[in-house]
Design a protein. Structure first.
Length: 503
């Protein structure tokens, strides 16, 4: 069996060849034993892409045990050089099959091919090489200590794989955010069991073919499809042979995963929800601020954990900023992923569209001024049945409005004026979340001063989504636990042990 029954060759125009997404367990593709499956539907037009087989307790147990056994086999005996060479080959093979991964990602998400071509697929592949480079250059430590007999002792550290890592993935950037976790996990010598989002099963499945092609040992990379409660997600995060759980997604699910992982004291790495602010000062470069805020609000149809939903603009430039952002939003082109003019796709699903539209309605009920959008666009032909919403901007809401305080995860933002730097900082930090923010100012002193006061894991100045993968990434408050990126990933994916030698 292959990963995706109709994926042997890319299908021009993303037409409706069916794809049957199978589990990948111990190096083999399988339908599993549950007999259950669900339809994977296109966000573009709600058509059926194919079937996804649902895993249960037996499939999860088989995958976890395969991963556990692989730690004791050839994978566990490899040198760092051998392991990282394999990961480089994984990256190269993803790029060799670039069009297949691109098609699979766009089928699942509906996002414009131009976006996935420049971000999702190349950065998804690059995660393997980047973390392979990191693990080859990270030192440990050694200390000489005095002892009462004068002979002394030598202490040194060993960095060991944590073991079997459960990787629970989101649907907004499926390949990129999955390999962001699988890359460092494998570089450190762990094995993984991946539970992709039920909305986006294809690229995680296709990666199984890549692992086999380049010779990654059986059981090192496993995929089980399913849902959360009483399905693959719950069985995986609660399995006693899982040594750590890493998750990206909403805060409520993260809390459930923490509860499951607490049995057996397994560590967690969680990147959770956000309600990210942008602070736009009157001394900003307006062109830069508009361009950056356009991307941070509307990229990927607003389905980016680091995206901006609250915009605070200094009063002297407020009217101009609102007018220019409105013009930018109304110039966006909604359409098919293969159309080069398209720069805004649909939301991920009908269910998520219902959620976003409920906030569009709530904003009006709470007294918002709808600057633009607020509804459903008219789409041609079959796309009329897709998960489309209009890019939307509001003003005029109170600071305690639900639309201002709750994560929406759609192509929308609220813009509010401020008068002083102190007020802007207070407004930005007045949230239960603390993932990211953007600060727009040409005043270098203000940039440093304001950035230091932001209660977030990542603060951009005069930019957005600019990432050096060596730097720490993660959220504060209810936006997450732990840091990933560069050496910081090793804190979760490895265990340090000390060896003390009496001389």
């Amino acid at each position: 069996m292959t990963a995706l029954s109709a994926m042997a060759q890319p299908v021009d125009g993303l037409e409706a060849a069916r794809r049957e997404a199978l589990h990948f367990i111990n190096g083999a593709f399988t339908k599993g034993q549950t007999g259950k499956s669900w339809e994977n539907r296109s966000p573009l037009d709600n058509s059926v892409i194919g079937l996804v087989h649902e895993g249960g307790e037996a499939e999860v147990d088989a995958a976890v045990r395969a991963a556990h056994d692989a730690l004791k086999g050839d994978w566990g005996r490899m040198t760092v050089e051998q392991r990282t060479t394999l990961l480089g080959a994984v990256a190269d093979e993803i790029n060799n099959r670039f069009d297949e991964f691109l098609e699979a990602e766009c089928l699942d998400t509906g996002k414009p091919m131009g976006l996935a071509r420049h971000i999702d697929i190349p950065r998804g592949a690059a995660n393997f090489k980047m973390f392979a480079d990191v693990i080859k250059t990270i030192p440990t430590e050694a200390f000489e200590s005095a002892t009462p007999d004068g002979a002394g002792a030598l202490n040194y550290s060993l960095r060991k794989p944590r073991g079997v890592i459960a990787v629970v993935c989101p649907w907004n950037l499926p390949l990129l955010l999955m390999t962001w976790k699988v890359g460092p996990a494998l570089a450190c010598g762990n094995t993984v069991v991946v539970k992709p989002s039920e909305e986006t099963p294809l690229t995680a499945t296709l990666l199984g073919e890549v692992m086999n092609k380049v010779g990654v040992p059986k059981g090192v990379y496993n995929v089980v499809h399913g849902f959360g409660p009483e399905s693959a997600g719950a069985y995986l995060t609660g399995h006693p042979l899982v040594d750590g759980v890493t998750f990206t997604g909403e805060t409520r699910t993260g809390e459930a995963i923490m509860r499951a992982a607490s049995s057996g004291m397994r560590p967690v790495s969680l990147e959770l929800g956000g309600k990210n602010p942008a602070l736009v000062f009157a001394d900003c470069d307006m062109d830069k601020a508009i361009e950056g805020t356009m991307r941070s609000v509307f990229a990927n149809c607003g389905q980016v954990c680091l995206g901006t939903e609250r915009v605070y603009v200094e009063r002297p430039i407020f009217d101009e900023f609102v007018a220019r952002l409105k013009a930018g939003a109304e110039a966006l082109t909604l359409g098919h992923p293969t159309d080069k003019a398209t720069n805004l796709g649909p939301l991920i699903s009908q269910e998520h569209r219902d959620k976003v539209l409920s906030y569009y309605k709530l904003a009006v009920e709470e007294g918002a001024t709808v600057v633009t959008g607020g509804g459903v666009p008219e789409m041609p032909g079959a796309m009329a049945d897709g998960a489309w919403v209009q890019p939307t901007i509001w003003t005029g809401l109170s600071d305690d409005a639900r639309v201002v305080r709750e994560e929406i995860f759609g192509p929308c933002c609220h813009i509010r004026p401020f008068d002083t730097e102190e007020e802007a900082v207070a407004l930005a930090n007045d949230t239960q979340y603390g993932l990211a923010c953007s600060v727009w100012t040409e005043n270098l002193s203000r940039a440093h001063r304001v950035s230091a006061q932001m209660d977030v894991g990542l603060c951009w100045v005069n930019s957005w989504f600019l990432r050096d993968l060596r730097t720490p990434f993660g959220g504060s408050k209810q936006s997450g636990i732990g840091r990933e990126g560069g050496v910081h990933s090793l804190e979760f994916y490895t265990e340090l042990s000390n060896v003390c030698i009496k001389l």
